[in-house]
Write a protein that binds this ligand. Structure first.
Ligand code: COI
Length: 361
């Protein structure tokens, strides 16, 4: 049976002045809307008590399982306001499927796609004013997440789980917008290993990436690229984004999904959009020597990272402890063409030939 989401309206929503101030410069992930969706699960009763309620803190017992063993998964997707004021989600069914795949890996319960979609749609409807006007690159970032909420310290799958969705009006993920970013290539830290949680969207992967990201900051880079941990024989992904090279002979190359890489929704959309634009997509294992060799000899003139949050961000260079590999044409023609086509689909400026958009209002 599908869940319904009764709404308790926030008695103290953001004032018009505060709202205007936030929307003038939302940044990324700093501000939240007036409401949130919450659903509880127990082993005996399944998913119950769905609601849209005023945004606010969870009250958590210090022994709540997630605080100790990180049994948690999350998603990221966006709501876009089109020119006619209609509001759309981009491929939310893919997020539902990935959340459930991540949940299965972390011994958390599955949630029906219909309930996942309803939680998001009802939240967006309650917070409609927070979906920024289209035109720029602003959107309402939605963060569904699920965590072990049972109070206990034994190591076993939680018998109480909370699913929630919060929403944040956002602009660019990187402060420089589409200015090319420099990427640090770590050889000392790993993000994921074979049989580990690399393909799951769980908080622990991001926590594990931070030390390398900070190493990157020390070298003037904004993100970090991970290489497969055991054999050091293939390029994987950035801390929170997938990575692509574009060759001058029209190929778009990205690491294949090996179980240690996140199956990005933006990644798969870009592979399809690139084919629409006449590029040849290549998903394959790429050895570091091959990857950097393609840049060094000029075969790959463009590179970019992608994710829901950052959309598609051009890369200016990759830096290792010993070398710097500069892209000949950062923010080049193909990168911008793919980026613009994806944004045009998301904002309803070109026909949605793939059937990716899901109308909310
Ligand atoms: C997203 O792109 O939505 C993510 O979850 C990545 C995170 C770096 C914000």
């Amino acid at each position: 049976m599908s869940l319904s989401f009764p709404v308790t309206t926030n008695p103290s929503p953001a004032s018009q002045a505060r709202f205007d101030e936030i929307m003038a410069n939302p940044g990324f992930g700093d501000y939240f809307t007036d409401h949130m969706a919450v659903v509880n699960w127990t082993k005996d009763d399944g998913w119950t008590n769905a609601s849209i309620q005023p945004y606010g803190p969870f009250q958590l017992d210090p022994a709540t399982a997630v605080l100790h063993y990180a049994q948690e998964v999350f998603e990221g997707l966006k709501a876009y306001r089109h020119a006619d004021d209609s509001i759309w989600l981009f491929r939310p069914q893919a997020n539902a499927a990935r959340l459930n795949a991540s949940a299965a890996r972390m011994m958390l319960p599955a949630i029906d796609e219909a309930d996942f979609l309803a939680a998001i749609a009802e939240l967006v409807k309650a917070d409609l004013r927070w979906v920024p006007a289209g035109g720029g690159e602003q959107s309402l970032y939605l963060r569904p997440f699920m965590f072990a909420s049972e109070v206990f310290l034994g190591v076993r799958a939680s018998q109480r789980v909370t699913f929630s969705v919060i929403a944040s009006p956002v602009g660019s993920y990187f402060p420089g917008g589409i200015e090319p970013v420099d990427i640090w290539v770590t050889d000392s830290w790993a993000r994921a290993g074979i049989g580990g949680t690399g393909a799951a969207k769980c908080g622990g992967n991001y926590a594990a990436s931070l030390i390398a990201q900070y190493e990157g900051y020390e070298h003037g880079c904004s993100q970090v690229l991970f290489i497969e941990a055991a054999g050091k024989d293939r390029i994987e992904e950035l801390g929170g984004m997938n990575v692509f090279l574009v060759t001058t002979d029209g190929r778009l190359i990205t690491p294949e999904l090996t179980g240690t890489i996140l199956e990005g929704v933006t990644r798969s959309s870009i592979l399809a959009v690139a084919e629409d634009l006449g590029l040849r997509a290549e998903e394959r294992r790429i050895a570091p020597a091959d990857f950097f060799g393609l840049i060094a000899d000029g075969t790959a003139a463009e590179a970019f990272s992608c994710g829901t949050a950052a959309v598609l961000t051009p890369i200016g260079s990759f830096r290792t402890a010993t070398d710097t590999y500069r892209l000949a044409a950062p923010a080049g023609e193909q990168t911008l063409a793919i980026r613009n086509r994806l944004l045009d689909i998301q904002y309803g400026r070109v026909p949605d030939t793939h059937g990716w958009l899901h109308r909310v209002v």
